[in-house]
Ligand binder design. Structure first.
Ligand code: NAD
Length: 293
């Protein structure tokens, strides 16, 4: 019988710890960690994510400032706002909620954020730091949370074979880098991989972030593997709809040594890690490691 990895409980503890640390930072340095959240347009899913992020920030004893811009916002207008936030001494983290409307070049916007305030870890400089194995950048929140959950089950990941399914810049790609840094042998699979199942079968660790409900079947998983399910998919049911992951949970959980549920697994960790990065940004500012000019 597999062990359920309780991301919700883990995230709750992490958030309480961050709250204590944020208070300590404020007491010692008079700095109130502050996250600026920028949303453009009316995407309903984004609106929910943004609300949750703002609420979690405030519950952790930090400040959030939100900027909601209309769907018609031009790229220059958005870049102007980011330029203001970059030099604002009272703002330590900047998050631009994705996706952006089509008239805006996502990469240009992400790369305009000061790397020292890039709490999502999507800036090319932070991606580069991670790619070359440096530890001084911001790490994207979802893979960071996955690593914490993995380490809660297996503290030492060295030598294990990890298969990552999906290679987006937000999840799969940085996930593979982190696993490699932790000493895993990593196979990255994606839509063009010929036989994902054959790769997955050999894995000690499977991390799936494909956005495909029920993709990982029982037969894809080696007995005793650890399975981290990043996927969030809404599926229709008789009584409406519900959220499921990328793993066929009922088939896989009897085989896995440990598995994350959806919901209640990776999802809550993502927000907790955003708070962790915001705290880190504020700490670097407070201790003079970063000078905002
Ligand atoms: P994406 O669409 O940007 O990337 C999906 C990746 O999966 C691509 O690399 C694609 O090649 C690969 N892929 C798709 N179908 C595949 C298949 N059948 N076999 C092998 N590879 C396949 O998505 P994303 O932004 O990385 O998100 C992936 C999933 O994770 C989505 O369900 C998303 O909602 C979820 N997500 C969850 C969190 C969280 O906090 N839990 C955060 C981000 C994303």
């Amino acid at each position: 019988v597999s062990k359920l990895i309780d991301g919700k409980a883990f995230a709750r503890r992490l958030r309480a710890d961050i709250r204590d640390q944020a208070q300590g930072l404020h007491a010692r340095h008079g700095v109130m960690p502050t996250l600026a959240v920028v949303m453009v347009g009316e995407d309903p899913a984004s609106a929910v994510y943004v609300r949750n992020k703002i609420r979690a920030t405030e519950e952790a004893g930090m400040r959030s400032v939100s900027h909601h811009l209309p769907k018609s916002t031009t790229q220059d207008e958005l870049l102007d706002l980011i330029a203001e936030l970059n030099v604002d001494q009272s703002v330590h983290g900047i998050l631009v909620q994705l996706p952006l409307p089509e008239q805006i070049d996502r990469d240009a916007v992400l790369d305009a954020i000061s790397p020292e305030k890039d709490v999502d870890g999507f800036h090319i400089v932070n991606a580069g730091r991670l790619a070359v194995g440096r530890q001084d950048g911001f790490v994207p929140c979802t893979p960071m949370g996955c690593m914490m959950l993995l380490r809660s089950v297996v503290p030492n990941l060295a030598g294990l074979h990890a298969v990552v399914i999906g290679c987006s810049n937000i999840v799969g790609r940085p996930m593979a880098r982190l696993l490699q840094q932790a000493g895993c042998t990593v196979t990255v699979t994606h839509l063009k991989t010929r036989d994902v199942a054959a790769e997955a079968c050999r894995a000690d660790i499977i991390v799936v972030a494909a956005g495909h409900a029920g993709l990982v079947r029982g037969g894809w998983v080696k007995e005793g593997a650890i399975v981290i399910d990043v996927g969030i998919n809404r599926v229709e049911t008789d009584s409406g709809s519900r959220l499921v992951g990328d793993v066929a949970f009922d088939e896989v959980s009897p085989r896995a040594a440990a598995i994350t549920p959806v919901p209640g697994g990776v999802g809550p960790m993502t927000i907790a890690c955003l708070l962790q990065n915001t705290l880190q940004a504020a700490r670097q500012f407070a201790t003079g490691a970063v000078v905002v000019e």
